[in-house]
Design a protein around this ligand. Structure first.
Ligand code: RP5
Length: 175
């Protein structure tokens, strides 16, 4: 699987298996919404270690700025990728069947000091937030992207305001 919006994407999305794509495509949705170019690939730390090595080693020279890695179970992909590049690596713990993603989360979040990965929430929320966090990093040097982020946050605020207005209307009708 390879999906790109441009010839030199800034964000690389990796996942350990095709089965992770249901979650990781939420990263793509956010990046598409913000019109940030990405490339998505299946790169398994244990099934394709050579591919993982060459991908991580060449990511910076290929123009990637941030990598988002999703994996489940004994989820060593983000940590191993982090060990091979100094690019920021954002880790998404996939909701595993046996242990509900707690295995994935702990495998990622407990990196020993010295080689960090930024670990997000298990599953859909983590994938969404990893993409938004990647956008925040890129927005440091991109005022247009920064403005889009402000608009995105404002839209969420507006939803809450609207929900409160709806609740008030509903309560009035019950009185
Ligand atoms: C990990 O093992 C993958 O990241 C995936 O979440 C999990 C299960 O993989 P499949 O058996 O579905 O290929 O490597």
């Amino acid at each position: 699987m390879t999906q790109s919006l441009a010839k030199s994407p800034k964000i690389g999305i990796l996942m350990g298996s095709q089965s992770d794509y249901e979650t990781m495509r939420l990263c793509e949705h956010i990046l598409e919404e913000f019109e940030v170019a990405f490339d998505t690939q299946i790169v398994s730390a244990h099934r394709t270690p050579d591919l993982m090595f060459s991908y991580a080693k060449s990511a910076s020279s290929k123009g990637f700025k941030i990598l988002i890695a999703g994996a489940g179970g004994a989820a060593h992909l983000p940590g191993m990728v982090s060990s091979l590049t100094t690019l920021p690596v954002l880790a998404v713990p996939i909701l595993s069947k046996a242990l509900s993603g707690v295995d994935s989360l702990l495998s990622m979040v407990q990196m020993p000091a010295g080689v960090p990965t930024a670990t997000f929430a298990i599953g859909a929320a983590g994938a969404t937030n990893a993409a938004l966090f990647a956008i925040s990093i890129l927005a440091l040097n991109d005022p247009e992207l920064a403005e889009k982020l402000v608009n995105f946050r404002n839209a969420q605020k507006e939803k809450v305001v609207q929900s409160n207005a709806d609740l008030r209307d509903q309560n009035r009708r019950l009185v």
